[in-house]
Design a protein around this ligand. Structure first.
Ligand code: ADP
Length: 258
């Protein structure tokens, strides 16, 4: 609580009373902390690949590595880390764009959007011999959405389901209409998420296992993008998961009145 005293003066400039204004600045402080944490996190995430790039470049420049194989190995690492930086920066820009823009929802064909994204990611599932199945009614009503954003949500959720599911597992998408909502759920038979982490995975940069996520090319931003987009669509992403057995992520979109 912040207190401000405003004196009330008499004509002779004597204090003969006053007003005390009490302001609850808890929310303000919280916002400040969140912002500071975010800047610290971003700096850390950007610095990690950069430190590695500089380290390898220094070694290449200083020690005149003659051996071509080692040189190429170092160059490959530098390229990978630079790619990672580039993905990180575009994820961050994407997130801040979503957070700052007001959105214009339009009636769209959800089935088309789902099938388009499945088409895009099918080969990732095939590479791991993961059985990717979609169960949805032939006739789905149009729903309100920003198409590109829902595509992004689906890419992130399906990509995660494939990434965190061991080879020969299963990823199943179920879509159905209940009342004025169309529900989307994606279930995998993957590694699952410990109960204590389930609330936190939607935070920026939060990863259950940093090393695993990193080795799979993750940045820890995907699910915060998903949460933000779905929130802007007037809905909420839910997660249910059992460690070692699999996870289900779900949300709904509102049926467009025709
Ligand atoms: P990342 O880039 O690390 O995948 P996300 O924001 O997409 O970042 O997800 C955050 C974390 O949530 C992941 O690092 C992982 O620990 C966990 N996670 C997300 N989806 C799944 C899933 N389908 N199965 C198991 N863990 C998951």
């Amino acid at each position: 609580i912040q207190a401000t005293f405003i004196p009330l003066l008499s004509k002779k400039k004597k204090i003969n009373g006053g007003v005390i204004v009490l302001t609850d600045i808890t929310e303000l402080r919280k916002l400040e902390t969140v912002r500071n944490d975010f800047v610290a996190n971003v700096s850390h995430e950007l610095r990690t690949p950069l430190t590695s790039i500089i380290g390898y470049l220094d070694t290449l420049l200083e020690s005149e590595i003659k051996d071509n194989q080692t040189r190429n190995k170092f160059l490959k690492i530098i390229k990978e880390e630079a790619d990672r930086l580039s993905i990180l920066i575009s994820d961050l820009l994407n997130l801040s764009k979503i957070e700052s823009e007001s959105i214009d929802l339009k009636a769209e064909n959800f089935s088309d959007v789902i099938l388009k994204v499945i088409n895009l990611l099918e080969k990732n599932a095939e590479q791991k011999e993961i059985n990717l199945e979609v169960k949805m009614p032939d006739q789905l009503p149009f729903v309100y959405m920003v198409k590109e954003q829902i595509e992004q949500v689906l890419v992130n959720l399906i990509d995660n389901a494939i990434k965190y599911t061991p080879a020969r597992g299963k990823v199943e998408i179920v879509v159905n209409k209940t009342g004025d909502k169309v529900y989307f759920a994606i279930t995998d038979t993957g590694i699952g998420i410990p109960a204590t982490d389930q609330d936190r995975i939607f935070e920026r940069f939060y990863r259950v296992d940093k090393a695993r996520s990193r080795s799979l090319g993750g940045t820890g931003i995907g699910l915060s993008i998903v949460r933000n987009i779905i929130k802007q669509h007037g809905s909420e992403v839910k997660v249910k998961s059992n460690e070692g057995q699999g996870s289900t992520f779900s949300f709904y979109l509102k049926v467009a009145r025709s």
